[in-house]
Ligand binder design. Structure first.
Ligand code: ARG
Length: 589
């Protein structure tokens, strides 16, 4: 194992040992260690422990201090306040720890795998066939992609599922219309662009809708189509497939713009569970989990009631025999647990679907499909708001097209990149490429840097700003380091544990030391925004370091090497961290 023990856990271990020595009857006591501004670390656990052991906290703290083994790692321990401990680590320990991270042969910067791993099925990036994608689909894709990368990095087996909306009564209308106007989707799939595909679908949808609303006979024919579709009539299914294929051209073009890999085999839409629906309903009815109510098959909950005080059921099968969204999700759970052998089910879905998932999970628990060993969790995300704080719409009140939005982000970012391009010596090709990485990175970072469940404002001006908590700021921090490394000539990054460190070097070093623990925590709690916060803090400490510590003009050749080492490891950490968020770090910016 090339994973590196962090200084935090090294100090933690020494304190825990000292605590045990001082109070043998409380062997599992936690010193509650955290990073601190006053010293390197502060331990707050002694207060509570003293209370438990009926001891004087300051006295206990003093006893612990006497027993801490100092020297290699711990430089100094002091009692402060009512019984806190302030701990400083040695410069040597910091540099040796970082050297070990940099030398990790697996290229993981010493980040360990999670202690316990399993199989997670993650449901994300699930747009709907024949419909435009909107900002909600963007959030699901961006958050889901980051969580996939984080989990895989920590050793989890991850199975991706794109639960696209590819089934339902609206297809009757579309198919019937296409059947009557066969030339309308009459082309080879690989000859149209994503945009053309979407405009074809949009045109068809509008035309079909118009006819459906105005022509009773068409309406009847469309309804009959739904029956044919559900019965699996081959001709009807072939037409349906055309809509799915055309939509996929569009989806893939958006995901490509997002610089995101979506694999065909992972697209298992609602239709993928058709064969299971009848059985799902039968099992629920036989076990008594679901009951017939006014012809529909329903599941009731004590605590879920409508505004009128009447219980709101989860409808698994409608009174006309049709299956809906819930039956599909319940069948998907059976598939994911029993066939895919998942022990964690994650759903990256809009918070407005929270009630649906609450009812679906509870139903699956009652049916025994979600046992004690299986976690099901909706990673719910909030709404994307416009600058005005209202749900994001165009001036005309329509939902904003995702493609337009991404194009605009790239356009603005390209302008930002172009401004500095001459000084950096970028070719036109590099300007265009970096503009994409900066623009798409900005959109992803804005989404990932706030807690998922909160709403956030989509403000492009702020997103591509060079200052503040933006991906551009982080990307520039990375590129600036690369530029220093290029200018270093023969000087190489080498760690020198014998050197005394300046305060800004220590602060940067201690932050670098936290990378592994941050990644593990963030992956375990599915909270990418905490990784974004970590990286932003790292870049801020780097800026402070530059202000105080010249790199290439440092006093001695050893110091130059040591500082090159620090910035190089910072760059590698930024690169790895951003990659886990799905964001690129261009070498020259
Ligand atoms: N297609 C749905 C939508 O656009 C999201 C699907 C979420 N996943 C699920 N298993 N229900 O809202």
């Amino acid at each position: 194992m090339a994973s590196v023990t962090s200084l935090t856990s090294a100090v933690h271990q020494r304190l825990a040992n000292a605590l045990t020595a001082a109070l043998p009857e409380h062997a599992d006591a936690d010193p509650l260690l955290r990073r601190s501004d006053r010293a390197d670390f502060q331990a707050n656990g002694i207060l509570a422990l003293a209370k438990k052991a009926k001891a004087n906290p300051r006295e206990l703290a003093t006893q612990v201090v006497e027993r801490v083994v100092s020297g290699d790692v711990v430089q100094q321990v002091e009692v402060s306040g009512p019984g806190f401990l302030n701990i400083t680590v040695t410069d040597k320990a910091i540099m040796e720890n970082l050297a070990a991270r940099a030398a990790d042969p697996a290229g993981r910067l010493g980040v360990p795998h999670a202690e316990r791993t399993g199989t997670t099925v993650i449901d994300y990036a699930q747009p709907n066939v024949a419909k435009e994608m909107h900002v909600g689909h963007l959030r699901s894709a961006v958050i889901g992609d980051a969580v996939v990368k984080l989990l895989e990095f920590t050793g989890e087996k991850v199975i991706r599922r794109h639960h696209i909306g590819d089934w339902g009564t609206q297809f009757g209308m579309l198919i019937q219309y296409l059947d009557e106007h066969p030339h309308e989707l009459d082309h080879k799939a690989d000859t149209v662009s994503g945009e053309e595909a979407m405009s074809n679908l949009d045109r068809l949808y509008k035309a079909a809708r118009k006819l459906f609303d105005s022509d009773e006979e068409f309406k009847t024919r469309a309804r009959r189509r739904v029956v044919d579709l559900q019965a699996g009539d081959p001709h009807t299914l072939a037409m349906w497939q055309k809509f799915v294929d055309e939509s996929k051209i569009y989806f893939y073009s958006v995901f490509e713009k997002l610089d995101m890999e979506i694999r065909d085999a992972d697209i298992v839409g609602e239709s993928g569970y058709n064969d299971m629906l009848a059985e799902t309903c039968r099992l629920l009815e036989e076990s008594g989990v679901a009951v017939r109510s006014e012809g529909a098959l329903c599941v009731f909950f004590d605590d879920i009631k409508g505004p009128d005080g009447k219980p709101v059921p989860l409808i698994v099968q409608k009174s006309d025999g049709g299956y809906g969204y819930a039956a599909t999700d319940l069948s998907a759970i059976r598939d994911r647990v029993f066939n895919l052998k998942a022990d964690t089910l994650l759903y990256v879905v809009d918070a407005r679907q929270a009630l649906h998932f609450k009812m679906v999970f509870e139903t699956a628990r009652r049916a025994g499909w979600l046992g004690d060993g299986v976690r099901a969790h909706q990673l719910a995300f909030g709404t994307v708001l416009g600058k005005d704080g209202k749900p994001f719409k165009t001036r005309e009140g329509e939902t904003v097209k995702l493609e337009d939005l991404l194009d605009e982000a790239v356009e603005r970012a390209t302008a930002v990149v172009r401004e500095k391009a001459e000084k950096v010596g970028l070719s036109e090709e590099e300007i265009v490429e970096n503009g994409r990485y900066v623009g798409i990175g900005a959109v992803k970072y804005a989404d990932l840097s706030t807690s998922a469940v909160r709403d956030y404002k989509f403000d492009l001006d702020q997103m591509v700003s060079l200052n503040g908590d933006t991906s551009v700021y982080l990307q520039y921090a990375y590129a600036r380091i690369q530029s220093i490394l290029r200018k270093a000539g023969d000087a190489r990054p080498v760690a020198h544990p014998e050197l005394e460190l300046a305060p800004a070097e220590r602060a940067l070093g201690l932050q670098l030391d936290q990378f592994g623990e941050t990644v593990l925590e963030v992956a375990a709690s599915w909270e990418p925004h905490k990784l974004a916060a970590y990286l932003y803090q790292l870049a801020t400490l780097l800026t402070a370091f530059y202000d105080q510590c010249p790199v290439l003009k440092a006093d001695t050749p050893e110091q130059v090497e040591n500082r090159l080492f620090l910035v190089d490891l910072t760059a590698r950490t930024l690169h790895q961290g951003m990659a886990l968020l799905g964001i690129r770090t261009p070498e020259r910016l």
